[in-house]
Write a protein that binds this ligand. Structure first.
Ligand SMILES: [Zn+2]
Ligand SMILES: [Zn+2]
Length: 160
């Protein structure tokens, strides 16, 4: 899916929390919903979905903050307890087994470009997607978009 080499390391701004993604993500979302815009303070959020057990803490601990979400079912945002930077989320929909790692928190944030743009209905008008980009106006079914390797039942994930 990407040419990145693993593990990919990352962390918060004060460097109290360091982590690594031990394998390639299942799928990378660029989310243009207004909730992600508010939470990031930017035009979109870039999240790499990966099995929780493939994310290893190298230093520090995270503080998990219950936060409302677009779906109404909530998300748990893992933050550095000192600088409060967000490192990943678990959403109610995908459960605790999948983390949505903030790609911008990686040391090489350009290693994981988006596999899909979601909620483009609320995309800011100045953001132009590359020609041919995989994009949906709201959400999508994993079975219709994810590569076979990510859908492999041996990866043992709950999917919609
Ligand atoms: Zn920190
Ligand atoms: Zn979003």
């Amino acid at each position: 899916m990407t040419a990145a080499s693993y593990p990919l390391s990352g962390g918060c701004t004060c460097r109290a929390v360091r982590f690594e993604m031990q394998s390639a993500p299942l799928y990378v979302h660029c989310c243009h919903c207004t909730w992600c815009q508010r939470e990031s303070g930017a035009a979109f959020a870039l999240n790499a979905m990966i099995e929780s057990d493939r994310v290893r803490l190298l230093e520090g601990e995270v503080e998990v903050v219950d936060t409302p979400s677009h779906s109404g079912r909530g998300q748990k945002i893992a933050r550095c307890p000192r600088c409060r930077i967000a490192l990943w989320s678990n959403y109610a929909g995908a459960g605790d087994s999948v983390r949505f790692v903030r790609v911008g928190a990686l040391d090489t944030p350009d290693a994981l470009p988006p596999d899909i743009h979601i909620f483009t209905a609320s995309k800011q008008r100045w953001v132009s997607l590359p020609a041919g980009a995989n994009a949906v106006s709201e959400y999508y079914k994993a079975s219709e978009h994810w590569p076979a390797d990510s859908l492999d039942p041996r990866r043992a994930l709950q999917k919609k």
